[in-house]
Write a protein that binds this ligand. Structure first.
Ligand code: ADP
Ligand code: MG
Length: 305
């Protein structure tokens, strides 16, 4: 069995391209570009809570980084560096090698350096911290939505949640286990979006966070929501409105930006769909069905509910 230090050296020590000092010292040394704000975020994945026992290690390595990249996307930051704190029940080299493969494949695609971490024995737990750069003043927050703004959604909603109920649908499983963080969209929306969030806990709940932080309401037409295909209407509705783990972006933008956002959709080959508008008044989501009747949005994910 390899020691802790052999694991780090063998699997988690690829050279950093952008760090003054990476893995191997007591601290990494990073140099953000002048004028850039440092965007920092952490996400934790626990066996039995965020993924099932026996989950494929390569997909897990991908997802552990992807969910963090998605937070950079929502912020409009360019991801640069990550740290990885991992508790492993055993030094299973085949498992660790596959996990590292999944992690680095995504890291290299987005030119993110793994610059440090911690490795310990324990119940399988993965905690990634990500650091990114965004020109100060151009970061998206949840608090910038204004009455009259359009509400937009990237990609399709509900695929990841559908995979939990219908494990046989390969395209849905892909959405759940190998989510694609919308990093480039986040960057290109700088100066265009007024607010943004990534869908980790369900569309209605995550849009709700924008409404609360911005002190505005919203009107959304269910028929307009981009939906992952599903024959069962009730199930689809639940997955689209309250399903988590899609990691699409929900963002708001002034109506004057419509042409620009449509062009961006073409350039990125990513569906960007206008689903409703921001309203004055209390932080409430009014959801209408195809006949214009009010609909219940259901509850999103809450670890303590
Ligand atoms: P320390 O005891 O000073 O915290 P460690 O022995 O825990 O140092 O780690 C040695 C080096 O390896 C440090 O640079 C640390 O950041 C890095 N490291 C440890 N675990 C990981 C990991 N899973 N991924 C990347 N780097 C790691
Ligand atoms: Mg340590």
């Amino acid at each position: 069995m390899p020691s802790e230090f052999e694991i780090i050296r063998k699997y988690f020590s690829r050279p950093a391209r952008r760090a003054l000092l990476g893995v191997g010292d007591d601290a990494a040394l990073l140099m953000p570009e002048p004028g850039a704000a440092l965007a920092v975020s952490t996400d934790m994945l626990l066996e039995g809570r965020h993924f099932a026992k026996g989950a494929a290690p390569r997909a897990l390595g991908h997802k552990a980084l992807a969910v963090n990249l998605s937070d950079m996307a929502a912020t409009g930051a360019t991801p640069r560096w990550a740290t990885l704190a991992i508790a492993l029940p055993a030094a299973d080299e085949a498992w660790i090698a596959a996990f590292a493969e999944g992690f680095y494949a995504l890291a290299e695609r987005f030119e993110v350096d793994l610059v440090g971490g911690d490795t310990t024995r324990g119940a399988l737990t993965i905690c990634v911290a990500i650091l990114g750069e965004v020109p100060a003043g151009l970061a998206h927050t949840r608090g910038g939505a204004r009455p009259g703004d359009d509400i937009w959604v990237s990609g399709e909603l509900g695929g990841a949640a559908l995979a939990l109920e219908r494990p046989g649908i390969a395209a849905a499983a892909q959405r759940l286990h190998q989510p694609e963080p919308r990093v480039e969209l986040g960057e290109r929306l700088r100066g265009i979006a007024s607010a943004a969030i990534d869908v980790s806990d369900g569309f209605a709940q995550d849009l709700g966070h924008i409404l609360e932080r911005s002190g505005v309401g919203a009107l959304v037409h269910y028929a307009l929501l981009p939906k992952f295909p599903c024959d069962e209407r009730q199930l689809q509705q639940r997955c689209v409105l309250a399903g988590g783990d899609d990691y699409e972006l929900v963002f708001t933008a002034p109506q004057s930006a419509r042409k620009e956002i449509d062009a961006l959709s073409g350039a990125l080959r990513l569906a960007l769909t206008r689903v409703g508008s921001i309203q004055p008044g209390e932080a409430k989501l009014q959801l209408l069905d195809a006949l214009g009747k009010p609909m219940a949005a259901g509850r999103g994910f809450d670890h303590f509910a």
